[in-house]
Design a protein around this ligand. Structure first.
Ligand SMILES: [Zn+2]
Length: 340
């Protein structure tokens, strides 16, 4: 699945990924380790993803900082505790829990880790706002039915989507202790760890640059093994496609070559990968543009039915149909705002 210009810089993580196994603890730089924290059983987007790549970063005051603690479970707290011990540190040395975005496989364990350590949870300000919106967003079947009608979804296809309303696995009640803004240096003594707001996957997705280690923690914004989905943290009034394209240019332009993603493996060729992600989503926008040019009055459902879907349009149902319609609507909005 790797592509030209993008090369795994961790043979261990690449071998684990190829074997469908959880990545072992690995020293990345002086004072920076990464360990795979298992995903819960069941299907994951883009096929089976065995783990989240969680980073353990030490500071020069004896503290430990965890980036993306992973999915929530007793077992996972044990895995992370053992990994921290293997680096020669203890849980009570954890000074901050930095989370790239609100998805359960990144944020899930944060609350349990905060309880165990007293360390603050750090999020981008826009991600806390997204969490708050999701928490306030009561399941609303009527609103969803109105949306499906506006998208031109035939009524016989409504039930399979309406039944999904209210079934979100996101831990929606979490309150972070520290909210950061773009370009801010995080409180990691002795390290220049800079926040980069990279919206698109979610509204407040946070990437991190360790300026001196020349390493970018990309969360789910950039991935060596799949093209991230967009608009997966609720609606904040911005177009996720346009935001994502801007965020890619931002991260690709940092001049740092090596990336530590949330899944897959560490790799070099970050700028190249950003270009590939941009091209992938631009192709989808162009497809929607062509469909709209051919039939300006076509509904979102009709446009979606003419696009190419890896599973095949006829096979899309329930959650995957809802997701396909949402992606189509986002790209149609991108076309209509004239920024395609
Ligand atoms: Zn995610």
């Amino acid at each position: 699945m790797s592509s030209s210009g993008v090369v795994a810089s961790s043979a261990l993580q690449e071998a684990a990924w190829n074997a469908g196994a959880v990545a072992p603890l690995e020293l990345v730089r002086d004072g920076i380790w990464t360990v795979g924290i298992p995903m819960p059983p069941g299907p994951t987007p883009g096929g089976r993803i065995p783990c989240t790549l969680t980073s353990v970063v030490t500071d020069d005051a004896g503290g430990v900082h965890v980036v993306d603690p992973g999915s929530d479970s007793d077992e996972n707290l044990g895995v992370l505790t053992a990994a921290i011990a293997a680096t020669g540190h203890r849980l009570d040395q954890v000074r901050s829990i930095i989370v790239t975005h609100l998805h359960h496989d990144h944020l899930g364990l944060a609350e349990r880790l905060r309880s165990a350590t007293g360390a603050p949870i750090v999020l981008h300000r826009a991600e806390q706002a997204a969490l708050d919106r999701l928490a306030a967003d009561r399941p609303d079947v009527a609103a969803e039915r109105t949306r499906l009608t506006a998208w031109g979804v035939p009524v016989e296809r409504h039930p399979e989507i309406l039944t999904l309303v209210g079934r979100s696995a996101t831990p929606v009640s979490l309150q972070a202790d520290v909210l950061v803004d773009d370009a801010q240096l995080l409180d990691v003594p002795g390290r220049r760890m800079r926040a980069v707001h990279t919206p698109g996957h979610t509204p407040g997705h946070l990437s991190l640059v360790d300026v001196d280690a020349r390493l970018v923690f990309t969360g789910d914004h950039v991935s060596p093994v799949l093209h991230p989905g967009l608009g997966l943290g609720g609606d904040d009034g911005n177009n996720p496609v346009l935001q994502y394209q801007r965020s890619l240019r931002r991260l690709g332009g940092l001049g740092v070559d090596e990336a530590m993603p949330g899944h897959g493996y560490r790799f070099t060729g970050l700028a190249q990968r950003c270009v590939e992600h941009a091209r992938h989503h631009q192709q989808r926008t162009d497809e929607v543009l062509d469909a709209l040019a051919a039939s300006p009055e076509a509904s979102i459902f009709e446009i979606a039915s003419r696009l190419t879907w890896s599973a095949g349009w006829e096979k899309l149902a329930g959650f995957s149909l809802r997701s396909a319609l949402q992606q189509t609507a986002m790209h149609a909005d991108t076309v209509r705002t004239g920024s395609a």
